[in-house]
Design a protein around this ligand. Structure first.
Ligand SMILES: [Zn+2]
Length: 458
């Protein structure tokens, strides 16, 4: 299992300079590799338009990380006479990244890659994230006080927090560092070690309880047993500060490409403050999620969540909403690996399961529920409940619904939901990648429902 250990760094001025230089070198190598391949592709395309046979064309260059590295070593003295200032790792990882990007593009073009279409890689600008990956050389922890790490060429850098947890894995021999990536985020430097960790098989057996979790915006989460997990206090305060700073930035002179106005220093300062605050908010959110996912996988046997991997569907323009959108993926990721560590079961509701619109008492599905309606009220049985709690209860009940609809007769009782958004397999539990929605007009037969139910539950 690969696990990341991330630490804030406190580099000296000279080290910061070296870090910047390495990140710049990685970007340079990436852009060089990309233009190298692109020029070759364009030449070949131009030649092909005259109609010669394939062996008469300029030979194709090799795109692999290995091939690009070989080409780079031949060209570097000419294109980057300063190359010796940085570790060769910086160039190597830039070229490896561009090789991956090119492979993703060509696989996507040839239909070998699932998911969204991947475009041709673009050049990295100075405004992209500054980062550099080291895979070999002298990298790792420094034992003395557990507050220092070492990197090739950059040396021993102090960390913002103790590296104790990773050090224990390394000491016991249950962890091996594969790579270290440094990056500049919101004005701070971080290192992330990618560590191969061997974990003992989970032996703990949880109590038989099932819990449904609805990730909220106002609160961090609502559990089906009625517990409301509040957002970390720090997050709430920082969000208010972000809004204030955004208003302040709006009052200052920003850049304007039309009139070629340069931004004012006061605008720049506000932006820098905002960037730092955004990082803090993200950290606070992640910390809250870690505490929540640890508690969930620790105290329940089965955790049921919604599949909210609906990028773009929830075009929530408000700040808090955007942050919530961004953390759903992180929440799922944490739940996924922690449930495997601890032997809990994670169930993900099909994305067409109407968890918000369904009444958790009688099962009737409402035709319409606006996003701003914070309470759910059922027209059939008169239930009035907090919207998120209702959704969490529906999720928890999903396990029982699954069992009761396993027979063909049971499928009749299934709530139909919104016919435009819900297929009759709406109660299915998606395992791994969720299924594409079936034709909305087509009513799926009993067999297909039974097949859905026979899927192994992750
Ligand atoms: Zn009802």
């Amino acid at each position: 299992m690969i696990q990341a250990y991330r630490y804030a760094l406190e580099p000296t001025a000279a080290q910061e300079q070296a870090l910047r230089s390495h990140c710049g070198a990685q970007r340079f190598a990436y852009n060089w590799g990309l233009s190298f391949v692109r020029a070759n592709l364009e030449t070949r395309a131009a030649e092909a338009s005259f109609g010669p046979t394939d062996d008469q064309l300029t030979p194709a260059v090799e795109w692999s990380a290995y091939g690009l590295r070989r080409a780079w070593n031949q060209a570097k003295a000419e294109v980057a006479p300063w190359w010796a200032e940085n570790s060769k790792e910086a160039y190597g990882s830039g070229l490896a990244n561009v090789a991956t990007a090119l492979k993703n593009w060509s696989d996507s073009r040839d239909g070998k890659r699932a998911g969204r279409r991947v475009g041709f890689p673009r050049f990295k600008s100075r405004r992209a994230v500054w980062s550099c990956r080291f895979t070999t050389g002298s990298l790792g922890l420094v034992d003395a006080d557990r507050r220092h790490i070492k990197l090739p060429r950059i040396g021993v850098v102090r960390t913002g927090e103790s590296t104790r947890k990773l050090a224990r894995h390394l000491d016991r021999g249950s962890g091996r560092i594969r790579s270290a990536t440094v990056s500049l985020q919101g004005g701070r430097w971080f290192v992330a070690f990618s560590v191969e960790v061997v974990r003992a098989e989970p032996v703990r057996v949880q109590s038989g309880e099932t819990v449904g979790v609805d990730l909220g915006v106002k609160s961090l989460a609502v559990l089906s047993n009625g517990r409301v997990v509040p957002n970390p206090e720090y997050l709430v305060r920082a969000q208010a500060r972000i809004r204030r700073l955004q208003r302040r930035a709006a009052r200052r002179r920003g850049p304007d490409s039309k009139t070629r106005t340069m931004p004012s220093n006061r605008w720049r300062k506000t932006q820098a403050k905002l960037a730092r605050l955004h990082v803090k908010v993200a950290n606070a959110r992640r910390d809250g999620l870690h505490k929540l996912t640890t508690e969930l996988t620790d105290s329940y046997r089965t955790v049921v969540v919604e599949d909210l991997n609906v990028a773009g569907l929830l075009a929530n323009r408000r700040l808090s909403g955007r942050i919530a959108d961004a953390s759903w993926g992180e929440f799922r990721r944490q739940l996924d690996y922690k449930s495997r560590w601890r032997g809990a079961t994670l169930q993900v509701a099909d994305r067409w399961f109407p968890s918000s619109k369904r009444c958790s008492a009688c099962g009737v599905v409402k035709a319409k529920l606006r996003l701003r309606d914070r309470t759910f009220s059922c027209d059939e049985c008169g239930l009035v409940l907090d919207r998120d709690l209702n959704a969490a209860r529906n999720l928890a009940a999903l396990v029982e619904i699954e069992t009761s609809t396993a027979s063909c007769a049971g499928t009749e009782k299934m709530p139909a939901g919104n016919p435009r958004k819900t297929s009759s397999g709406a109660m299915g539990i998606a395992t791994g990648r969720s299924r594409a929605p079936s034709d909305p007009g087509q009513r799926r037969g009993c067999e297909s429902v039974a097949q859905d139910l026979a899927l192994p539950i992750s």
